[in-house]
Design a protein around this ligand. Structure first.
Ligand code: AMP
Length: 282
């Protein structure tokens, strides 16, 4: 496995591989890898000759009061997981090399990134689109794999690729859960045992909401029940939203596929979870 820390050296190597006729798949991550990330690597592996994993805790997507400093890191363990899942190249840049001190260009999506996580984290998606655009250009990837865990992020990236004509295929891979139903996340490491127990309400209420919608129950009623269930167990609820899975507009009885998206805080940890439901047509 080749490991690069310097963006310029990394890009040179990727251009060299490209010129040699190799296709390239990219899996962008912030490290502290778990089985959810591993499933992305497994999904990406057969899609290209060269599998690149980026590991970068991107400062521009963290707000001033967020967990940039304390975000968990374990580079050696990450390398072992990448090797075990067929990665050829790891790109783990230093933040100082990724961003010039006088940088002045951003890539910003202005519609899909406004609601959901964009409300509580107003500068988050600008940081994500900017770093992902840089990663696409540096890696020269033909295909990139993202997780459905971050449903809004996947939609925002797809929109960026469409609107800026990036020559890259975006694949969205299913959300992976732990055995207790909690969606896998590097941030789960912050949870105390009792917070973790309470956090199970997210997957449980998503499953209940999904069943209720499939049984034809009205959206508003199901949304109220989901909100009550999450409110009872979480320390703070950021949102409980039922949206059109493509436009992120509020879902109606006519919506084809509903994205049920939740964000709530347990202790000091903000968790997100979601599920997709195709409404039974009357
Ligand atoms: P992160 O390291 O949290 O920025 O995540 C890197 C990529 O892994 C993103 O595309 C995430 O959506 C994806 N990912 C994180 N957790 C999961 C999960 N539990 N299931 C599927 N994909 C995930």
């Amino acid at each position: 496995m080749e490991i690069f820390k310097d963006p310029v050296t990394f890009q040179k190597r990727m251009l060299e591989l490209k010129r040699a006729g190799k296709s390239i798949a990219l899996v962008p991550t912030m490290g502290y890898l778990h089985a959810g990330h591993a499933s992305l690597l497994d999904n990406a592996r057969p899609r290209a000759d060269v599998l690149v994993v980026s590991i970068f805790v991107n400062p521009t997507q963290f707000g001033p009061s967020e967990d940039l400093e304390s975000y968990p890191r374990d580079f050696n363990r990450d390398c072992a997981l990448c090797a075990a899942h067929g990665a050829d190249v790891i790109f783990a840049p230093d933040a100082e090399l990724m961003y010039a001190p006088d940088r002045s260009v951003w890539v910003e999506e202005t519609k899909l990134s406004r609601g959901l996580c964009g409300k509580a984290r107003p500068t988050h998606f600008r940081g994500v689109t900017t770093v992902v655009a840089k990663l696409f250009l540096l890696s020269q990837a033909d295909v990139a794999v993202f997780g459905q865990k971050d449903a809004q992020q996947a939609l925002v990236i797809r929109r960026m690729v469409r609107d800026l004509n990036f020559p890259i295929e975006i694949v969205v891979s299913p959300l992976i859960r732990d055995t207790d139903g909690v969606a896998m996340s590097s941030r789960n490491t912050y949870l105390s045992p009792s917070e973790r127990e309470r956090a199970r309400v997210l997957s449980r209420s998503l499953a209940a909401a999904r069943e209720a919608l499939l049984a034809g129950r009205p959206l508003d009623e199901v949304r109220q029940e989901t909100l009550s269930a999450v409110t009872e167990r979480a320390d703070r609820v950021d949102y409980v939203e039922f949206l059109d899975s493509e436009t992120l507009e509020p879902a109606t009885a006519e919506t084809g596929e509903v994205l049920i998206a939740l964000a709530a805080v347990f202790g000091h940890t903000r968790l997100i979870d979601n599920t997709l439901v195709r409404l039974p047509q009357a």
